[in-house]
Write a new protein. Sequence first.
Length: 403
Amino acid sequence: MLFHYLAQDQKGHIKEGNINQPNIEAVLEYLTAQRLKPLSVKPLILEQDKKEIAIFKKTLSLTDKVFLTKYLALMLKVGTDLFSAIDILIQDFESGLARRFLLEIRTNLEKGEPFWKAFAQHPDYFSPVVANLIKAGESSGNLEATLEQVSVSMERDRNLQTKVKSSLVYPIALMIASFFMILFLVTFAVPKLGEMFLGTGQAIPTFTKVVLSAGMFLNRNIFLVLPIIIGIPVGLFLYFRKTTKGKELFANLLEKIPISRDLMEKMALERFASVLSSLIRAGMSIIQAIEITAGAVGHPKYESALNRIAKEHLARGLSIGDSFKKETIFPAVVSNLLAIGEKAGHTEEILRTLSEFYEVEIEGSLKTLVSMLEPLLLLFLGAVVGGIALSLIVPVYQLVGQF
């Protein structure tokens, strides 16, 4: 069990850290053996150890991760030792997961464990790519440059996520506004006209009867139906967003739509080029780098192809270019450039260029997607509102025609 302690050494200095022990008595024995006077000992339960519903599970935000890696790199660059740099960051985070994570790093370092181990112990916070990059940087004595490289990579991911979210804000806002406008129209406006039509005793079209019946039902049961109408989209959003099965199902649905499939493939290729470039730059072997990259691309087809390249093609002695050419899922431009880069000894630079290229391609695909969504949503809204209006106008003309 993890405990957080506050203790005083023989010189009166305050020591703070985390320690894994079976109980509080064991923690006190450890502190006494270290000639520390315990001031406070509290059990510390990290979020991943809590028994809580997965959809409400907390994690480090991407902003916090960028801040941690960027400022650790900066402080190491100006000559601050690792312990002091971590202590400074601990003071910046008064509470929360980031502070707990930093305290755990410091405790690990005090016990003589490597810096990268804390990152590897928290796969929910940091991907295996980050842990392996830091491990390679620490082993080669180039931790400062590696942390800077990780922060740049995370910042690019954050910028890409921001672009995707900002591109989809207007279509989503339009969908929500349209939904509530149609709901209000059907629930409150339609029933009043329905009572008037039904009171005339005249025959009305079948489509109009359906619209009136739906409107009157919603009007009578609005407090029962509204939570269901709101709950279903929210539930689906949480299912697709927070659960593994939901993510897989959503990815399969997007795969069936040509424009979203194209966007997902470009995002996978951008991640492939960016991650593999970073791992090669950190000094990792090409086979190990591709195996780690396979788990980071976020696309099942590319993940399988990369695993085959690492475990079958490269393991048999094939060149990088020939290995990628055997997997036809990769565009010809990727395979050809990798072959050229391998011969010239510039594989890492080629991959970085490909990453930048696909980043621009993703922006273009997003603009295309949004430019298609907006008119489609407007057409759908016009069709629904027009259909409701037509169902009400026809009976009015019928009534007027009788006079």
